[in-house]
Design a protein around this ligand. Structure first.
Ligand SMILES: Cc1ncc(COP(=O)(O)O)c(CNc2cccc(C(=O)O)c2)c1O
Length: 459
């Protein structure tokens, strides 16, 4: 897909006709979008020929890296044979059958069946309807409230954004929808105060218990959470958090839902984030790494217990045109086989994960970093003017994050900034040498940013 247009010409057309997601369009068009033209391995190239380390795996999803021909080949073949058919009216197709079997194989042992969707948002919207249907089918229609967390992210549909706890999203469109309640998040760095992480983890988990008991367990359908909050700034809960959450849900017969859209398919060094934290959810939302982003596909994994209730309750009046799309499912099959057969998940846990974590955590010694944290190949650097007090910046939240994010791009590395936290989530296939280059670029980014915030008098 070559073009003979200049970057300026490309930007002008984009500015004239394209509304970007999560973007201040006026601001973007004043600057001009960076035109990404190709990618291979862990690298991107833009229209100016700059090579960039993709420290964010696209949008946390290109787990096997770019340029895997075997995925392309399988998809091309599938599109020649059956580019589309649906699974609505008593039909199915080979990729849907093969992918559902493969997912039963690679997901934790309690999971057996999948409902296919086209994205993470659609997976979470499905989960809202599914958990309410699950209880209604057992004559408990009042057991319909879903508890989620502040600053959680579960998508951008009306349902997904309502499950999410991002107030700027709620402000646009009158969200959340009724029957969704948010509790505190296990974000020790920002909210732990002088409590130890262990104490704070228990406190945050018991927020769930207090809320359930306040509302009445017979009104609560489910609790949904990301193992590690991704877009919320890679919030890694203290070790005491998840076992306590599981105890509370089991004691009160509340479905435990793990949103594995980011943490799934090897990101944490386990196949799924719930496995990293040692808990067994009833339902999982999946997307992103399921296909490494080569084609859009998502799904909802359920246990036999949940599946039985749904299966025996007559028509489940829910589904999408592209549920289990044959070419998307074919991409997911090829992708999961790469993860499985090349033992990429094991390598994250025992080799490249520890290798990168050592260097990433050492960045915590930088004067600008209040905390460096990382699990598997997902990490964050909290930027602060005062490491000891973890103070905020004397300027609008997010300003320093954007300064750092822009320096990162200039240094040939994509990092994400959420507020004043820098985030990293490289493709799981990154090599030792590429980690070294990434860390060097991250360190230079911190040095450049520190000089800039001093120049601006923020420190
Ligand atoms: C945990 C989680 N759940 C659901 C979704 C929604 O998935 P879809 O986007 O496929 O509908 C997500 C998506 N997460 C996401 C999507 C786009 C950008 C960023 C960012 O952090 O910049 C994060 C996510 O991170």
């Amino acid at each position: 897909h070559q073009t003979n247009l200049t970057t300026a010409e490309l930007r002008a057309i984009d500015a004239a006709h394209h509304l970007h997601p999560f973007t201040d369009t006026k601001g973007l068009n004043a600057e001009g979008a960076r035109v990404i033209v190709k990618a291979k391995g862990v690298h991107l190239w833009d229209s100016e020929g700059n090579q960039i380390i993709d420290g964010m795996s696209g949008l946390w999803n290109v787990n096997v890296g770019y340029g895997r021909e075997e995925i392309v080949e399988v998809v091309a073949q599938q599109m020649r044979e059956l580019p589309f058919y649906n699974t609505f009216f008593k039909t199915t197709h080979l990729p849907a059958i093969e992918l559902s079997r493969l997912l039963a194989e690679v997901t934790p042992p309690q999971f057996s069946r999948v409902f296919f969707t086209g994205s993470g948002s659609e997976s979470n919207d499905t989960i809202i309807r599914m958990v309410r249907h699950y209880w209604a089918a057992q004559d408990k229609p009042g057991k319909s409230t879903i508890i989620a967390r502040k600053n959680g992210y579960h998508g951008s549909t009306i349902g997904g954004a309502s499950l999410g706890g991002m107030t700027p999203m709620h402000a646009q469109g009158g969200l959340p929808i009724p029957g969704i309640v948010h509790i505190a998040q296990p974000y020790w760095y920002a909210e732990g105060g002088d409590r130890s992480p262990e104490e704070f983890g228990l406190w945050a988990a018991r927020e769930l218990e207090r809320t359930i008991d306040e509302l009445g367990a017979d009104t609560i359908a489910a609790f949904i959470a990301e193992p590690i909050q991704g877009a919320g700034a890679v919030v890694i809960p203290p070790a005491t958090y998840w076992p306590e959450i599981q105890r509370i849900c089991r004691e009160r017969d509340i479905l435990l839902v793990s949103d594995e859209v980011i943490c799934g398919f090897g990101r944490t060094g386990e196949w799924f984030g719930c496995e990293y934290f040692g808990v067994q959810p009833d339902i999982m939302a999946m997307a992103k790494g399921i296909s490494s982003g080569y084609l859009p596909i998502g799904g909802v994994m359920v246990t036999e217990k949940v599946a039985e209730v749904i299966a025996n309750a007559g028509d489940f009046n829910h589904g999408y045109t592209y549920s289990g799309h044959p070419a998307c499912a074919a991409a997911a099959i090829a992708n999961i086989k790469i993860l499985r057969d090349e033992k990429i998940v094991e390598r994250v846990k025992s080799d490249i994960g520890p290798y990168m974590q050592k260097q990433w955590l050492a960045l915590g010694d930088h004067p600008m970093v209040g905390e460096a944290r990382m699990v598997g190949l997902i990490g964050a650097l909290e930027l602060t003017p005062n490491k000891k007090t973890r103070a905020s910046w004397p300027v609008e939240t997010g300003t320093v994050g954007l300064i750092a994010r822009d320096f990162s791009f200039q240094n040939g590395l994509v990092m994400r900034a959420t507020r004043d936290t820098l985030i990293i989530a490289p493709p799981l296939v990154i090599s030792h040498e590429e980690v070294d280059a990434l860390i060097a670029a991250a360190k230079k980014t911190l040095d450049d940013s520190w000089a800039e915030v001093k120049r601006r008098g923020y420190v």
